[in-house]
Design a protein around this ligand. Structure first.
Ligand code: FSO
Ligand code: SF4
Length: 545
């Protein structure tokens, strides 16, 4: 196996024996084969619009297939084998619809290779995947594009689940994936990476609309961190529709519902707050789940990533759904014919469990997505004009297991009292429970929600730019100190670059998939930087560097 798609890749070069995330070599191989076949679908999907052939279903399949390969989403070989077989069928059916005028000789292997026995798929993994591209810069740009498209697909899939799709986003996914089957000049590959960022902004805007149309605008909410005496279900991941349906199905059952990790922002949505049995948030960041799921004692529902290797202590009470999966854990099937998912197995399991052990007490203030921040815009703008707020620091992105991530806690502590941290994603768990105080009633940590809600941060920056009458977004008193882990952070980064944001600090390490040549381009064009340590970074950010 060879995988270097996330920040925790072995030795910051690549996982070659088993993933640091727990991914087995067999799973990595099947994921590579699946991505290869999805590229084959894209080769035909790219042609379809010009021939008047609709590809909405195929695009959905591609989005979901890519979503399943995101770090920590799905560890189940059987699911990947099934997805790979279905990918062949989707590809070959689409080919028949668009093959008029197609030169079969010019087709890449991804568009034609067909496996029959399970062993064919396993063997195919040897010849596809990251290392199939020999040139270092071409490989780097291809993978950067693929990881961006994986993140894009995750966001677009969340929006699609709520009924919102954008043919332009889907067309770009097809074009981008198809491009990776061809030898292209570096300039064309770089342009595609930037187009990916611009498409990411569209997808994030679409998801923001989908979430807020369905569940209202997040509002300032004090989220309870304690527990009650009933059995409970702990919901993790990012899928709000799963949350909505589970809340509805648990009402009146005597089972309480709590959020974990990236589901924390669900507490701030009006549509969810009305449920009395929605108690609050339990625990912290995704990587703490091995101890926190143990202590929770009840049923756990993983709606997306991040899953860590499942311990025996809670294996029989952990359920996956959507594109998430883990061998040996029960999976809640998808919706059929517009009917809600059936969470009764999760609820019945919860009823047999003791209530959660308390981990902490008190509350956490949440709900500063774009609408809520804009409601406070006058106060915020006045505070900037008076000098009460000197600088905003965007510390969005992901959290991770490694102790170097203490850097983000230390930066939050070291930032002076006249700075405000804007955050989204699980990166916030490094500092969201510190008492960093307020500035004139505005908390010094404004949490816009999940990484999926990063659009809010871009929106806030663009509105501030307008309010201050600035031509350049980089003239705002905003610094970016972004933490990345997996591929959704890649699309957030590319989206910020496409908006013209320069000088982003990216940590805790720069991606292993950036070749020296590609890293140089990012530094020269966008002034992307790594970290120089807490003191130096804070000083530089306060000086606008
Ligand atoms: Fe975190 Fe995991 Fe949301 Fe990621 S829980 S790391 S960027 O999957 O998706 O922020
Ligand atoms: Fe390694 Fe990350 Fe890939 Fe897992 S997702 S195998 S930790 S690079």
């Amino acid at each position: 196996m060879f995988c270097y798609q996330c920040q925790e890749t072995a030795g910051n070069t690549g996982c070659t024996v088993r993933g640091v995330c727990g991914k087995q070599a067999s799973t990595a191989g099947l994921q590579d084969v699946l991505v290869h076949l999805l590229k084959g679908i894209a080769v035909f999907g790219e042609r379809a619009p010009a021939q008047g052939v609709p590809v909405a279903d195929e695009a959905q399949f591609v989005r979901q297939g890519l979503f399943a390969t995101i770090t920590n989403a799905n560890f189940d070989d059987a699911r990947f084998l099934d997805l790979a077989r279905r990918a062949q069928t989707v590809r070959d059916t689409l080919r028949r619809k668009v093959e008029d005028g197609l030169d079969p000789v010019s087709l890449p292997d991804a568009a034609t290779w067909t496996g029959a026995a399970d062993a064919d798929f396993t063997a195919k993994a040897e010849t596809v995947g990251v290392q199939a591209t020999a040139d270092a810069d071409a490989r780097s740009l291809r993978e950067l594009l693929i990881y961006g498209v994986k993140g894009l697909s995750a966001y677009a899939d969340h929006a699609a689940i709520l009924g919102q799709t954008d043919p332009e986003v889907d067309a770009f996914i097809m074009k981008a994936l198809a491009s990776t089957t061809r030898e292209l000049p570096v300039a064309d590959m770089t342009a595609l990476v930037l187009e990916c960022g611009a498409t990411g902004v569209k997808a994030m805007a679409l998801l923001d609309k989908a979430n807020t149309d369905a569940y209202g605008h997040p509002e300032i909410t004090r989220v309870n961190l304690g527990v009650r005496g009933n059995p409970g279900i702990l919901v993790s991941g990012h899928d709000l529709k799963d949350m909505a349906e589970l809340l509805e199905q648990t009402a009146g059952t005597g089972v309480d519902v709590y959020t974990h990790s990236e589901m924390l922002p669900a507490n701030a949505y009006p549509a969810f707050k009305r449920y009395d049995h929605f108690v609050g948030n339990y625990g912290g960041s995704w990587w703490r789940q091995s101890t926190e799921f143990d202590a929770f004692q009840g049923a756990v529902l993983m709606t997306t990533n991040c899953i860590t290797p499942v311990k025996d202590a809670y294996r029989d009470r952990l359920f996956t759904t959507g594109m998430a999966g883990y061998p040996g854990c029960a999976h809640i099937p998808d919706r059929t014919a517009g009917r809600p998912k059936d969470f009764s197995a999760v609820i019945e399991k919860a009823k047999t469990c003791p209530p959660p052990e308390p981990l902490e007490e008190g509350t956490l203030t949440n709900g500063f997505a774009r609408n809520q921040v804009m409601a406070l815009a006058d106060t915020i703008i006045a505070a900037v004009k008076s000098g009460a707020i000197k600088r905003f620091v965007v510390m969005a992105g992901c959290d991770g297991r490694f102790k170097e991530r203490r850097y983000y806690t230390d930066v939050a502590r070291a930032l002076p009292d006249d700075t405000v941290i804007l955050t989204a994603g699980c990166a916030k768990y490094r500092y969201n429970k510190l008492d960093l105080g307020e500035i004139g009633g505005i908390p010094r940590v404004l949490d816009a929600g999940q990484c999926n809600d990063s659009y809010s941060l871009a929106y806030i920056a663009l509105q501030l730019q307008k309010a201050f009458g600035l031509d350049d977004i980089n003239d705002l008193p905003i610094s970016y100190d972004i933490a990345w882990y997996e591929q959704k952070a890649v699309i957030v980064l590319l989206a910020l670059l496409s908006l013209g944001v320069k000088g982003i600090r990216l940590g805790p390490t720069l991606p292993a998939f950036l070749s020296p040549g590609v890293a140089k381009v990012l530094v020269e064009q966008f002034d992307i930087k790594g970290s120089n340590g807490v003191a130096q970074d804070v000083e530089a950010m306060l000086a606008g560097r």
